[in-house]
Write a protein that binds this ligand. Structure first.
Ligand code: SF4
Length: 211
């Protein structure tokens, strides 16, 4: 039996190699491949061509493998070889712990920071940070087609940050590098977050020497 990334690849899945891609707005699109490897390639290519429908966070080979494995393990147990996570080491000082949906990372981060007594910066500095995040490619949307799930995060975010707001808030989402929710993190003296991807040079967390 041949196994790759927790998936059994020596047995063609029922209906042929395929994957049902969830799109923004609740739509789906079926992606097919003549082989397991080609299916992985086709999913990745589709996501890269349709970032606006799939989200930039999902357009990496790690995300594709993780999502395909989840799909197989959920629907086609004969193609599932167990473990749901694929830990691997990224660049120097960066640990990539496998793919997690942006909404899950946002929720985890909010839970973590809510355990701490947090201190906040002034509106001037928060505004500068917000302007940088708003233009950063790593500032990604975290909403899913699940409205109650989105609302849960919004309520927790609102409870956390209270009346703190900047003119850029409508352009702030979550940071795929640090995993924090940018509408809140830009106010924080300590964001309680560590990078799992390479930090871009323009990031305010670098220019402020690693808050
Ligand atoms: S990498 Fe830095 S600038 Fe970009 S979204 Fe994250 S915190 Fe903001």
């Amino acid at each position: 039996m041949s196994v790759q990334w927790g998936m059994v690849t020596s047995v063609v899945m029922p209906g042929g190699w395929h994957y049902v891609q969830n799109l923004s707005g609740g739509l789906t699109h079926k992606i097919i491949g003549f082989s397991f490897e080609q299916l992985l390639d086709n999913i990745l290519e589709f996501r890269r061509r349709h970032i606006e429908l799939c989200g930039s966070e999902s357009a990496s080979i790690e995300a594709v493998r993780s999502d395909l494995r989840t799909y197989l393990c959920t629907h086609f147990r004969q193609n599932c070889a167990g473990s749901h996570s694929v830990p691997h080491v990224g660049g120097i000082g960066i640990v990539n712990q496998g793919y997690h949906r942006p909404i899950d990372r946002a929720g985890n981060w909010l839970a973590e920071v809510s355990k701490h007594k947090n201190e906040f910066v002034d509106i001037g500095l928060a505004g500068q940070r917000a302007q940088i995040c708003a233009q950063c490619p790593s500032n990604i949307r975290w909403e899913t087609p699940c409205a109650p799930c989105n609302e849960n995060i919004q309520v927790r975010l609102q409870n956390f940050k209270g009346n703190l707001r900047t003119p850029y808030d409508s352009h702030l989402f979550m940071c795929r590098v640090f995993g924090h929710v940018n509408q809140a993190s830009i106010w924080m003296i300590d964001t309680q977050s560590t990078p799992i991807h390479e930090v871009p040079a323009h990031c305010w967390k670098i220019s402020e020497h690693g808050n």
